[in-house]
Design a binder for this molecule. Structure first.
Ligand SMILES: Nc1ncnc2c1ncn2[C@@H]1O[C@H](COP(=O)(O)OP(=O)(O)OP(=O)(O)O)[C@@H](O)[C@H]1O
Ligand SMILES: [Mg+2]
Length: 260
């Protein structure tokens, strides 16, 4: 958690965003503002609409109604390339890395095919620069992804998303499959992203992770906003009550115990 008061520019602003899938109201009237240099944890129970929100911002599906603004300008995110163009980077839960390719090849996958081919030396130097800036612990940029740990893979996926120089990065459950030490590495890396002035949306079910790095916690419940909390002015209990919609102590205590 950063102690500084966040007064920087609003990078992303959502107003009245709704999305239905047939009869299912996945999101209804959702609002959210995120500033540069801020980590916002997006939390909610299964089916609360978190991934739907990420997919709208990633240009995977458009919202039915509502306005998305980037740096104060309304944008239409009709495709993933629109989203990237507006400075939104997404690290999906499955990471989408190629196991048999090395770190450099994964970082530049798709990019080296463009008209201005990047040379190997530039790609390798850029890869090392990024990894050093993130202080990620990657033994070599010339080893295949298959031989990296889960935390190292997450670092490579995050490094790759930074190549487009985004203003906002969305991480979907980045620590879900990780052990204690690797989780700590990824949380450190999220702090590096904030230090670089990025706005970060962190989706997580883990209260430890959320309270370790988030500045604010935005709760979705049944597709609607159900509270936005300052991390240093709220408690797990309050957040869990907002997630579950329950003030029943037994439910909250059990959820609290499970979230650790
Ligand atoms: N492509 C789709 N077609 C139909 N319904 C969908 C689709 N995507 C999501 N939904 C529905 O929208 C609602 C919100 O789903 P979403 O995946 O956004 O939840 P979530 O908060 O990410 O949950 P989880 O924590 O389980 O990942 C759910 O009821 C889900 O079944
Ligand atoms: Mg999801």
């Amino acid at each position: 958690m950063s102690n500084k008061t966040v007064t920087s520019e609003v990078v992303l602003s959502l107003k009245n965003v709704s999305k239905n899938f047939g009869a299912v109201a996945a999101l209804t009237d959702v609002e959210l503002d995120i500033r540069a240099g801020e980590v916002v944890a997006l939390v909610g129970d299964n089916g609360a609409g978190k991934s739907t929100l990420v997919k709208i911002l990633a240009g995977v599906h458009p919202q039915d109604v509502g306005v998305v603004k980037i740096a104060g300008q309304e944008v239409h995110l009709a495709s993933p390339s629109d989203s990237i163009k507006y400075g939104i980077a997404t690290v999906f839960q499955d990471l989408a890395l190629c196991d048999n390719l090395d770190v450099v090849q994964n970082l530049f996958l798709g990019r080296q095919l463009r008209r201005h081919r990047l040379d190997e030396v530039t790609m390798e130097t850029t890869a090392w620069d990024l990894i050093r800036q993130l202080r990620a612990k990657i033994p070599s940029v010339r080893i295949p992804i298959a031989s990296l740990s889960g935390g190292q893979r997450q670092s490579v996926a995050i490094a790759r998303s930074l190549l487009g120089n985004p203003k906002l990065i969305m991480l979907d459950e980045p620590t879900a499959a990780l052990g204690v030490a690797q989780t700590a590495e990824v949380l450190n890396l999220i702090e590096r992203l904030r230090d670089r002035g990025l706005a970060v949306i962190l989706i997580s079910h883990n209260m430890d992770d959320i309270f370790a790095v988030a500045d604010r916690i935005a709760v979705l419940r049944l597709g609607r906003n159900n509270g936005i909390f300052s991390a240093n002015q709220t408690s797990r209990k309050e957040v869990i009550e907002a997630i579950t919609g329950s003030v029943d102590n037994a439910v909250t205590q059990r959820a609290e115990a499970q979230s650790k």
